[in-house]
Write a protein that binds this ligand. Structure first.
Ligand SMILES: *Cc1c(COP(=O)(O)O)cnc(C)c1O
Length: 392
């Protein structure tokens, strides 16, 4: 029989099955087999699979207006931009369709700002093991070693320094530097938090040298870390923030936010056919309504505590490593246990997990994950570890 997947370009190793339905914390394939999902579309399904509020917003908007085009204002985009500005403390918003595209916009904004305000400075400091996307410029900004040999020559102008090393950043800033760009928690690198001291130090350095501080909150934004934005937990305000993943609750929308002093795009500098269309903005508004509802973020923090203490108990029981992260972006160091093998075993047991590194598991459930779902995940994982540890 012909492989039904052969018409798709093979860009990742995927299991030979097709998911056809999702509901809350669970995904179902064509045989109606269920998986408990702690990947959630790669931290995009803020409210789980097919949340009624998002489905209804999309349905209602699709009957009103799907896309008048980017040359005209539309009501959901205007409302969403105002809400994001108000909630973030930043001033203006540019909508995009992916995290990479939002970061690409941030890079362009910084270069334009450098032309206008910093004698043509254009270099951006980024960090080892950081991740900013898969367009050519964002791959160039990314500090993932596996990207280094790919698609050369890269876009020039990214100076990479060790994450957490304030002295290295200070030493790297020169007259051609226009910005510092980082994730407040490095997600793809294995959930590595920058921490308050480093973030506050960067804010001071940026002010001292007159460069922009740009935070890639594509993975950490929209409640993922227990605050609406991760920087709010660390006592700083960035000049530029990018959002993606969780913003649309599963649909493709991303955003570039900037303080007024950094907003320098002129007509023709930036745009996109689908950007800020009412359909995806309506979905994002439904997500924001839910995440900013009273008590929601308290729930995220309570589930985070539950998961951290469960994972820590497991680490102790099986002699594993540390538990890290903030909110519901957490990682467990698996010690000598092979994390990708554990992910495979979990898949066979009906649990979706991610291993961003050979000995690291990452957890990114829906932000409205239930106490029972976390308990079930911990039990399943504990059972697998028991077998792995006794076999291995
Ligand atoms: C996922 C991710 C991106 C890229 O977003 P896409 O929507 O896949 O383009 C960029 N930065 C960070 C921190 C991410 O986690």
């Amino acid at each position: 029989m012909q492989n039904p997947f052969s018409a798709l370009m093979q860009i990742a190793a995927r299991p030979d099955l097709t998911f056809v339905r999702g509901e809350g914390g669970y995904l179902y394939d064509t045989n109606n087999s269920a998986w408990l999902d702690f990947i959630q579309g790669w931290a995009v399904n803020t409210l789980g699979h097919c949340p009624p509020a998002v489905s209804e917003a999309i349905c209602a908007q699709s009957r009103q207006l799907i896309n008048p085009g980017p040359a005209f204002y539309n009501a959901p985009a205007v409302t969403l931009a105002n809400r994001l500005a108000e909630l973030s403390g930043l001033d203006q918003v540019f909508f995009a369709n992916s995290g990479a595209e939002a970061n690409e916009g941030a890079i362009k904004l910084a270069r334009k700002w450098g032309q206008q305000h910093r004698n043509g400075a254009w270099k951006i400091i980024t960090f080892h093991n950081g991740f900013h996307g898969r367009t050519l410029a964002t791959m160039s900004a990314t500090g993932k070693p596996a990207f280094e040999p790919l698609f050369n020559p890269k876009v020039p102008g990214f100076t990479k320094v060790p994450y957490g090393d304030l002295d290295a950043v200070a030493a790297a800033i020169d007259g051609e530097t226009v910005a510092v760009l980082l994730e407040p928690i490095q997600g793809e690198a294995g959930v590595i938090p920058a921490g308050s001291t480093f973030l506050q130090g960067l804010r001071e350095l940026a002010d001292e040298h007159g460069v922009l501080l740009m935070l890639d909150e594509v993975q950490t934004g929209i409640g993922r870390t227990g605050s609406l934005f991760c920087y709010q937990r660390h006592g700083i305000e960035p000049d530029v923030v990018t959002l993606g993943k969780g913003l649309g609750g599963g649909v493709p929308i991303a955003a570039l936010l900037a303080k007024a002093h950094a907003c320098c795009f002129e007509y023709g500098d930036q745009g996109g056919t689908f950007n800020g269309n009412p359909l995806v903005c309506a979905a994002a508004l439904a997500v924001l309504d839910a995440v900013t509802a009273p008590g929601f973020l308290n729930g995220v923090r309570a589930r985070s505590k539950q998961m951290i203490s469960g994972l820590e108990a497991m680490a102790q029981r099986f002699g594993l490593g540390e538990v890290r992260g903030e909110g519901l972006l957490l990682a467990l160091e698996t010690g000598t246990v092979d994390a990708p093998a554990l992910v495979k075993a979990a898949f066979a047991a009906g649990l979706l997990l991610n291993a961003p590194r050979p000995h690291t598991l990452r957890f990114m459930p829906a932000l409205n994950v239930s106490e029972g779902e976390i308990e079930r995940m911990l039990n399943l994982l504990g059972g697998l570890l028991e077998r792995q540890v006794t076999i291995g």
